[in-house]
Design a protein around this ligand. Structure first.
Ligand SMILES: CC(C)(COP(=O)(O)OP(=O)(O)OC[C@H]1O[C@@H](n2cnc3c(N)ncnc32)[C@H](O)[C@@H]1OP(=O)(O)O)[C@@H](O)C(=O)NCCC(=O)NCCS
Length: 169
C-alpha cells in the first residue's frame, strides 16, 4: 500500500524499529489485554522483534499488514491492520487507552479501508469483534460496515460470542 495516508488529524505510515518503545507502551492498556491479548508486547525487545517481522510482510499479500497510526505531531497512538483469514481479509485496529474517545479509530479506519482494499484487489473486507466490545462495534458501524453475523465463533484461538461485519467497497 502506498503510505502515508493522511486524514485531518493523523496519518498512517509504515512501521520501523524506532517505534518499538511506543508500540510496546501502547499495547499494554487494559482494553488491548482484554480484547486482543495476542497483540500485547511486554517488553520493547518483544515489540521490536514483531515489528521486524511485520516490516518483512509489507511486500506480501498473504500475511498481516500492520500500519502505525500517527498524530500530525509525530506521536504514534495505535495501528490499523488487514489480516488474511481463511481466504478473506479482516480489518483490525487499536488506539492506546489515553487517546481513545476522540474519534481517532474511526478516522483511521475510514482513511485506511479504501486504499488497503484497492491495494489488495478486494471488494469486501470483514470486521470481527467480541459482542461485548461495544467501542469496536461502534467504530465499524460508523465506518459503514454492516452487521452480518452475531453468535458463537472462533476469535483469537478461542470460542467466543462474536459479531461479524462486512464492508463492500
Ligand atoms: C476499540 C477502539 C479501537 C476504539 O478507539 P477510539 O479511538 O476510542 O474509537 P472512536 O473514538 O473512533 O469511536 C469509539 C465509539 O465507541 C463508543 N464507545 C466507547 N466505549 C463505549 C462503551 N463502553 N459503550 C458504548 N459506546 C462506547 C464511543 O462513544 C464512540 O462512539 P460515538 O462516536 O458514537 O460516541 C479502542 O478502544 C481500542 O483500541 N480497544 C482495544 C483494542 C480493540 O478492541 N480493538 C478492536 C478489536 S476487534
Amino acid at each position: 500500500m502506498i503510505t502515508p495516508i493522511r486524514s485531518q488529524r493523523l496519518y498512517i505510515g509504515e512501521l520501523d524499529e524506532s517505534l518499538a518503545e511506543s508500540v510496546h507502551k501502547n499495547s499494554l492498556d487494559e482494553d488491548n489485554r482484554r480484547f486482543v491479548p495476542d497483540e500485547v508486547f511486554e517488553t520493547i525487545d518483544e515489540a521490536r522483534e514483531r515489528i521486524k517481522a511485520l516490516i518483512s510482510f509489507y511486500s506480501r499479500k498473504d500475511m498481516p499488514l500492520v500500519y502505525p497510526v500517527i498524530l500530525n505531531d509525530g506521536r504514534q497512538i495505535g495501528h490499523v491492520q488487514a489480516v488474511p483469514i481463511e481466504g478473506r481479509w479482516e480489518v483490525g485496529y487499536h488506539i492506546a487507552k489515553q487517546y481513545t474517545g476522540r474519534g481517532y479509530a474511526t478516522e483511521a479506519v475510514r482513511a485506511f479501508i479504501e486504499p488497503i482494499m484497492k491495494w489488495l484487489g478486494i471488494s469486501r473486507i470483514y470486521g470481527i469483534c467480541r459482542t461485548e466490545n461495544i467501542a469496536s462495534r461502534r467504530v465499524l458501524e460508523k465506518c459503514g460496515f454492516s452487521l452480518v453475523f452475531v453468535g458463537s465463533g472462533p476469535y483469537h484461538g478461542e470460542k467466543q460470542n462474536i459479531c461479524r461485519y462486512e464492508y463492500e467497497g
